[in-house]
Ligand binder design. Structure first.
Ligand code: C2E
Ligand code: MG
Ligand code: MG
Length: 597
């Protein structure tokens, strides 16, 4: 850290006429006497000179504090001038040294200066006044050097350290990594790079302000730094992203052990300004040489592993694997092609009927997105939604889905005798974006659908990301009379309190549970429990993924009234769905399914 120049540092920045204490190392007693007496006699200088005959006595004298300079005769017995200088410098590294030579040629003078003397005087020739002047100049030069050195040190520190936390920055980390790799190539030791990113830190900044966020980051840096060895490097790369270089690892399991220690250190809440914060993290690990032999490659691969850990829920570490590179390349390719998708009209919707189980009538339809990828053909959402969400492209795509689905539903509404609604899937990221309510309003206005004819399906797993503004948005949509459905229910672990607070109108039992009916006791228990819960909350239930007559029979028996699945119809193109709507009930489809079983 940059230190202010302290007035009490040694040597002191002195007033030019302040008292001087000089130690004179002079083997010749007469010369010593001449200099000391002359100096003491100077009226203006207030200069005290203590004389000692050799370096042994000088060393003893220098144990006292308060010396301003040492004047060293280079004519010491048994010691060459350079040896004498070196020994004196070693015991008083910060004091200015003035060398006294019997006959200084220019060459010797520069050698002596290069060896650490601040000035050179000629023995027997210098006056006391010249001595005092030279000492003062030497002190000043030494002070300037010292300040310059301190400023250089501070500048070096600033260029290589993170100003917020005081730990290394990216520059220093990369430098240390290069050094460590060069050493590892020689010695065969193993090095690991760990990339660490806090989970949900953005929320702290957004909700409590940057000052609090900064304090949390400082605390995190302090905790992490305590977990690693002196020889390891920990750096903040920016935001809430940290990186570590671990050197000289003995066992393959060492990086995982460190990662576990880091996670444990962060798992304790951090208190800032009376608020407690939980700062979990995701960690990616790349080990040299397996995951790369160059610094950049190791950092990139640790980053990929970190994202994998985050995608899988965070608060864990992951080692890098070659598949991660392949999937990262694939994601980049998808991202590039996806960007053109809307403009080129490559998206389309399929429609799957939702059925009243007792009457077999179509009561609604779920719109399911497909992308006609020019390279690979028709792709399901699982192949591109995550990329669209990460890049933010989901906002535009989602708006298109809403518009298109509502317009289609408007046309079909007349064909259905009873109530009819369209269900549109929305991601947490869509809801979080400002203006989502307006997009929904526009879709309704343009299509002429009433709010009650639109259901927004939000996957339960996305609920963890729904907070703050998103909660208000969902509340406002509910106020408008739009139905909210909790999709894939049973997989995300929603707290009961959230269920009540969010006022969902419908729960969709995830197809994974329906698949095990009626034989799997676990699926039977979960399905029955969801139905009981929904009855208690007064919300509708739709069973997803009904594929067999046995599943349908079981669901009807336990009181489930709505469902969708291949047994009734797969997701269909709009024309096929329109034809299906023309039939009064879905019995014929069921019959067909029974016959082909
Ligand atoms: P979801 O909303 O739970 O949709 C149900 C998924 O189950 C659909 O997969 C559907 O094709 C499939 N399915 C329907 N009946 C059956 C069946 O009987 N058996 C089996 N095994 N599967 C069945 P799909 O179309 O691949 O969609 C997957 C997920 O992608 C959806 O799950 C939804 O979460 C998401 N998604 C689809 N369209 C959109 C969209 O426009 N926006 C957003 N944000 N997400 C979407
Ligand atoms: Mg859905
Ligand atoms: Mg679902």
């Amino acid at each position: 850290m940059l230190q202010p120049m302290s007035a009490s540092r040694d040597p002191v920045r002195r007033h030019p006429s302040a008292d001087l204490r000089i130690l004179l190392v002079e083997p010749d007693p007469r010369e010593a006497e001449r200099v000391a007496t002359g100096a003491h006699a100077l009226p203006s200088a207030r200069c005290r000179v203590r004389t000692v005959p050799d370096l042994v006595a000088a060393r003893v004298a220098l144990r006292e504090a308060g010396w301003d300079a040492v004047v060293l005769s280079l004519a010491l017995r048994d010691l060459s001038p350079l040896e004498a200088l070196a020994q004196l410098h070693a015991c008083a590294p910060r004091l200015p040294i003035i060398a006294v030579e019997s006959d200084a040629g220019e060459e010797l003078e520069s050698t002596v200066i290069a060896a650490g003397a601040h000035a050179v005087l000629i023995c027997g020739e210098y006056s006391s006044r010249a001595l005092v002047r030279t000492v003062r100049q030497a002190i000043e030069r030494a002070q300037i050097f010292e300040e310059l050195e301190a400023a250089r040190k501070a500048a070096r520190h600033l260029a290589t350290h993170d100003p917020l936390t005081g730990i290394a920055n990216r520059l220093l980390l990369e430098d240390r990594l290069e050094h460590a790799l060069a050493g590892a190539h020689r010695s065969g030791e193993t090095i690991a790079v760990l990339m660490l990113d806090l989970d949900g830190f953005k929320g702290i900044n957004d909700d409590y302000g940057h000052a609090t966020g900064d304090e949390v980051l400082r605390c995190v840096a302090g905790r992490l730094a305590k977990q690693v060895r002196q020889s390891d490097t920990i750096a903040r790369l920016g935001g809430d992203e940290f990186a570590l270089v671990l050197t000289n690892l003995q066992r393959e399991t060492d990086p995982a052990r460190v990662a576990r220690k880091l996670l444990a250190a962060l798992s304790q809440p951090i208190t800032v300004a009376g608020e407690r914060f939980q700062t979990d993290a995701s960690i990616g690990i790349a080990v040299q040489p397996r995951d790369g032999s160059e610094g950049g490659e190791l950092l990139r691969n640790a980053d990929l592993a970190m994202y994998a850990a985050k995608r899988e829920g965070g608060s864990q570490y992951r080692f890098h694997s070659p598949e991660m590179n392949a999937s990262a390349r694939e994601r980049l390719r998808i991202e590039g092609r996806l960007a053109q998708g809307l403009a080129r009209g490559e998206f389309l919707l399929l429609f799957q009927p939702q059925v009243d189980l007792s009457s077999r009538r179509v009561i609604g339809v779920e719109a399911l997105l497909r992308w006609n990828d020019p390279l690979t053909g028709l792709r399901p959402p699982a192949a591109f939604l995550a990329v669209a969400e990460e890049t933010g492209q989901i906002a535009e795509i989602g708006a298109w889905v809403l518009q298109t689905a509502c317009c289609e539903a408007r046309r079909w509404r007349e064909a259905v005798a009873g109530p009819f609604h369209i269900a549109v899937n929305v991601s947490a990221r869509q809801i979080r974006r400002l203006g989502f309510e307006r997009i929904v309003e526009e879709a309704l206005a343009e299509s002429g659908l009433t709010p009650a004819q639109l259901t927004l399906e939000i996957s339960e797993s996305a609920l963890v990301d729904v907070e703050g503004t998103s909660l208000r948005t969902l509340g406002a949509l509910d106020e408008q009379g739009i139905r909210l459905s909790l999709d894939d229910f049973g997989c995300g672990g929603t707290a009961l309190a959230d269920l009540k607070r969010l006022r969902f109108h419908e729960l969709k039992i995830d197809g994974a549970f329906v698949a095990g009916l009626p034989d799997d006791p676990g699926d039977v228990t979960i399905t029955s429990a969801i139905l009981t819960l929904a009855r208690g909350l007064g919300v509708d239930v739709v069973a997803e993924g009904i594929e067999t007559q046995e599943q349908l029979t079981f669901l009807e028996a336990v009181g489930c009234t709505r469902g969708q699945g291949f047994l009734f119809a797969a997701p269909l193109p709009r024309e096929a769905f329109a034809t299906l709507l023309g039939t009064p009930t879905l019995e014929p489809w069921l019959e067909k399914a029974r016959r082909t079983d």
